[in-house]
Design a binder for this molecule. Structure first.
Ligand code: ITT
Ligand code: MG
Length: 219
């Protein structure tokens, strides 16, 4: 075990089919894989590394249609049944203000269908061609279920405001090339990963989850 504390850390399984999400979650929380190997990670993550260990599991889960919080909570319930213990999932949305929050939780399908040009995600920015208002926000909803019997998973929402721009930067993670966060000149794709992980929707949601889990496991 990575922790040197006397009690065993709580093992939480993060269920996702998305490797990039997993990388960011690990970098932000600095939690290890629950199977040893050290809890190295981002500064400030030691409180988490010593109280819980993050394991990951790939399960392709059906996703409910509806509001992001409900999608994430439902996903957590299904995932917890597959895992049989404490389970964390997340659902990510990219919301255009001019389109009243769409594509929102359905951005994955928009990206799959529209982002197949030479520069991936380009189609996503064309969606706003007829609108002056390019504002958008990225939103992450984490949902945590204590176990298979938990009918009311806790949700943690994080949001980062920004705007939609022509695709810039590497296209290795989703819609990162078209989202430029407020107060920054670079898109998520262009910026250093450490910078993204210090301002992102995922970081903001995980800060709330971090506070919850530290409180839960202390004392
Ligand atoms: O197994 P899960 O965790 O559901 O992984 P997923 O890839 O299906 O993810 P979502 O259902 O949350 O769909 C979100 C879409 O947004 C993309 N995405 C998620 N977080 C992102 C981020 O920080 N930057 C860019 N794209 C992101 C992701 O690749 C998907 O296409
Ligand atoms: Mg998904």
């Amino acid at each position: 075990m990575a922790s040197s504390s006397s009690s065993a850390p709580l093992v939480v399984t993060f269920v996702t089919g998305n490797e990039n999400k997993l990388k960011e979650v690990r970098a932000i929380l600095g939690a290890d894989d629950g199977g040893g190997g050290g809890g190295a990670g981002a500064a400030g993550a030691s409180d988490v590394a010593s109280t819980f260990a993050l394991r990951s599991q790939k399960v392709d889960l059906p996703e409910l249609q509806g509001e992001p919080e409900d999608i994430a909570a439902e996903k957590a319930k299904l995932a917890a049944r597959a895992v049989g213990g404490p389970t964390l999932v997340e659902d990510t949305s990219l919301c255009y203000v001019a389109l009243k929050g769409l594509p929102g939780p359905y951005v994955k399908w928009f990206l799959d269908k529209l982002g197949h040009e030479a520069r991936r995600a380009l189609g996503l920015c064309k969606l706003l061609a007829g609108y002056e208002d390019k504002r958008a926000y990225a939103q992450c909803v984490f949902a945590y279920a204590e176990g298979p019997a938990d009918e009311r998973p806790r949700v943690f929402v994080g949001r980062t405001d920004g705007k939609i721009v022509d695709a810039r930067g590497p296209s290795d993670f989703g819609w990162d090339p078209v989202f430029q966060p407020e107060g920054h000149e670079e898109t998520y794709a262009e910026m250093d990963k450490a910078v993204k992980n210090s301002i992102s929707h995922r970081y903001r949601a995980l800060e709330k989850f971090r506070a919850f889990i530290v409180e839960k496991t202390s004392g």
